[in-house]
Design a protein around this ligand. Structure first.
Ligand SMILES: Cc1ncc(C[n+]2csc(CCOP(=O)(O)OP(=O)(O)O)c2C)c(N)n1
Ligand SMILES: [Mg+2]
Length: 693
């Protein structure tokens, strides 16, 4: 490298830095520390390493880049703008402002080139493992001799905070086990985090930890040493049998007066310090948003290189198409996220004369029927395959083909390779959820993730992000209530349904029987505005004569002639109970309507006319029945209604029937509560002189 080109590279890096700190200063908000320290690796990635096309950020075979340290968003926006993505300088000037394409932390869908929403530390690194899994899986499925149409890498930039988070370690451990050689993580090790020196709380030997996980680990002593960074990158790419970690010793807030201090992590430098930083860098101007032409031209070189890279891939894809037309069409279909024709043709219908069946078991049968026709459905559980009934039989285990364990108990069977569709997450729920997001973000697969409903708590931060990103992920939660019995309160969810329903854009469905479970899976496959959580029972439930559509969220399951005296509204296993209570009420001369309400959010999205037809506004006597906290049910039962729920206590360890009885989930109790509501309402109306007592 000539001295002139080295100087130009330095200018490019300083331009990235200057632009990032100008954004933060202009917004008077944001994080200047990481961009100043990590600009060289950012430059190396975007200008030299990444196979990307700024003109088409959705090109299927692009390398993925994940900024796991999402607070460094100014660095990412600076890189995207300067390398020619459709992110104008004006948007950078609107950093962190209402409606801009440059939100405080990177948000998937808001900004061209942002592959994943990050900010909650650890999530990006974990999601990147999902992207790397998707790449290997699709490569195994679609590549053919002489035709490598899926052939890219996933690069991550992570900080100290990411590496302190548990989810990152769950994911890193799995990535090592799976030998994901296409995953390269740069660790910006600046020894500083938000509140001080990392030494206050974090003195791990990261190198040994990651080596222990089966990663290839290198160190770069000086984050400004581009040659060393480039060598390490090459070595990381060459280590094809393991994921790679490159530990980069960098200086937070490099060149600023606050370099190396936690004060530069997350506060604007101030106008004078911004100028001082530019002077220290030897930057050609102190003018805000000044961009040296030479540097811009150099960085924009990514555009022509990117176009050429994509064109090369497209011509290779044409050749693939000629040799393998069906596979090519299939690849294009899965990448579009379109279901195959007839995907639902084998979904079983259950009959009311069938034996009672747990919705987890029905879910397993439905999932199998779908999986046989939808090869892009992939997923697994956190060591609960036998309990959640989610293994795709015969579809193979997703494992490194080189890995030959001494014991394969519990393997699903079929191919043992990256073509396998069953992911064994081990007991790593949080990473499972984050990895599922990465799988969905990559595109080409529809991921599902299964565990016990209580342990959805372990997944919640990643579920929330999946909902924020509107990802197509299916969560299968079994053992959905105190109805699981003997395992007791640690395993019995009580507040989880309410907690998950509170997440915007997450569709929670708690089906009442096998047929509703089939309907729930239909929604899970077709819903395109966020993830879907299926909440299923361990215990057997009678098969009902279901007349409604789960996609409507709720419907009238049982009704009589004329206006009902009382509405019994229930979800899941409590729907059968409502039906039994209805029979008791009929003996007492009361007409009860049973409404099955498997999904609040789907129901709430229906036109008012439909909702009113199911829950007539003039019927004020209403009882909701759900084996969970009553929180939220008031919106359906109103001020005169009641909830048969579980309030202010946990479950208990005992056989199912005993627990259910102690908690009031009996037809007799539900009927009694309904009578109380009807009588209470009548008394109040009478007191108001509106009706005879
Ligand atoms: C889960 C989570 N916890 C806390 C935070 C708040 N937070 C943002 S950045 C940060 C420190 C990150 O340190 P590091 O990764 O070393 O970044 P640096 O200070 O070096 O830029 C913290 C605690 C967060 N974003 N996510
Ligand atoms: Mg740090």
């Amino acid at each position: 490298m000539t001295e002139a080109s080295a100087r130009l590279e330095r200018l490019c890096i300083d331009t990235i830095r200057a632009l990032a700190i100008d954004m933060v200063q202009n917004a008077n908000s944001g994080h200047p520390g990481l961009p100043l320290g990590a600009a060289p690796v950012g430059y190396l990635l975007f200008a030299r390493t990444l196979k990307h096309n700024p003109a088409n950020p959705r090109w299927p075979d692009r390398d993925r880049f994940v900024l796991s340290a999402g607070h460094g968003s100014a660095l990412l926006y600076s890189l995207l703008h300067l390398t020619g993505y459709d992110l104008p300088l004006d948007e950078l000037k609107r950093f962190r402002q209402w409606g801009s394409e440059t939100p405080g932390h990177p948000e998937f869908g808001d900004t061209p080139g942002v592959e994943v929403t990050t900010g909650p530390l650890g999530q990006g690194l974990a999601a990147s493992v999902g992207m790397a899994i998707a790449e290997r899986h699709l490569a195994a499925r679609f590549n053919r001799p002489r035709h490598a149409v899926v052939d890219h890498r996933t690069y991550v930039l992570a900080g100290d905070g990411d590496l302190m988070e548990g989810v990152a370690h769950e994911a890193a451990s799995l990535a090592g086990h799976l030998r994901l050689g296409r995953l390269v993580c740069f660790y910006d090790s600046n020894h500083i985090s938000l509140a001080g020196a990392t030494a206050l709380a974090f003195t791990d030997d990261v190198k040994r930890v990651f080596e222990g996980y089966g990663w290839h680990v290198q160190s770069v002593q000086d984050g400004n040493d581009l040659a060393a960074l480039a060598r390490a990158t090459d070595a990381a790419k060459a280590a094809a049998d393991r994921p790679s970690l490159v530990v980069i010793r960098s200086e937070i807030g490099y060149a600023s007066p606050k370099q190396g201090t936690f004060g530069v992590h997350g506060s604007p430098l101030g106008v004078e310090q911004v100028k001082a930083t530019k002077r220290a860098l030897g930057y050609p101007s102190e003018e805000p948003f000044f961009l040296p032409e030479q540097a811009v031209t150099c960085l924009r070189g990514a555009v022509s290189r990117g176009k050429a890279a994509e064109a090369d891939w497209r011509s290779r894809f044409e050749a693939y198409k000629r040799d393998h037309p069906d596979l090519a069409a299939e690849f294009e279909r899965v990448m579009r996220g379109e279901l195959p024709a007839g995907w639902d043709a084998d979904i079983p219908a259950f009959s009311a004369s069938d034996k009672p069946i747990a919705t987890r078991a029905a879910g397993g049968r439905v999932e199998s029927a779908i999986a046989a026709r939808v090869p892009e459905l992939v997923g697994g559980s956190a060591d609960l395959n036998p309990s959640t009934d989610t293994a795709i039989k015969g579809a193979g285990d997703f494992e490194s083909p080189e890995f030959s364990p001494p014991d394969r108990q519990g393997a699903v069977g079929g191919e043992w390779s990256y073509a396998g569709r069953n992911l064994h997450y081990g007991v790593r729920e949080h990473a499972m959820a984050a990895i599922s997001s990465g799988l969905a973000l990559h595109a080409g697969v529809i991921p599902f993730a299964a565990t016990f409903f209580t342990f959805s708590d372990y997944m919640r931060p990643a579920i929330r992000l999946a909902a924020l990103m509107r990802l197509h992920v299916v969560y299968v939660f079994t053992h959905d209530s105190i109805g699981l019995g003997e395992d007791g309160p640690t395993h019995q969810p009580v507040e989880q349904a309410a907690a998950l329903r509170a997440i915007p854009r997450l569709t929670v469905i708690r089906p009442a029987d096998a047929n509703e479970t089939a309907g729930a899976w239909r929604v899970a496959m077709t819903h395109r505005d966020g993830p879907v959580a299926l909440v299923l029972t361990r215990q057997a439930l009678p098969v009902l004569a279901v007349k409604g559509d789960v996609a409507h969220g709720g419907y009238v399951l049982a009704d009589g002639e004329g206006r009902p005296d009382v509405l019994l509204i229930a979800t899941g296993s409590e729907v059968s109970l409502a039906l039994e209570a209805r029979a008791i009420l009929a003996e007492r001369g009361l007409r009860a309507r049973v409404v099955s309400l498997p999904s609040w959010s789907l129901f709430d999205a229906q036109p008012r006319e439909y909702r009113d037809s199911v829950l007539p506004p003039d019927v004020l006597a209403r009882v909701a029945i759900e084996a969970g906290v009553p929180l939220g049910w008031e919106r359906y039962v109103g001020p005169a209604g009641a909830v048969v729920g579980i309030e202010n206590r946990f479950g208990a360890s005992a056989p199912l029937k005993v627990v259910m009885e102690h908690y009031g989930f009996t037809a007799a109790n539900v009927a009694q509560r309904a009578i109380e509501v009807v009588e209470g309402l009548a008394a109040r109306l009478a007191a108001l002189g509106l009706r005879k007592a």
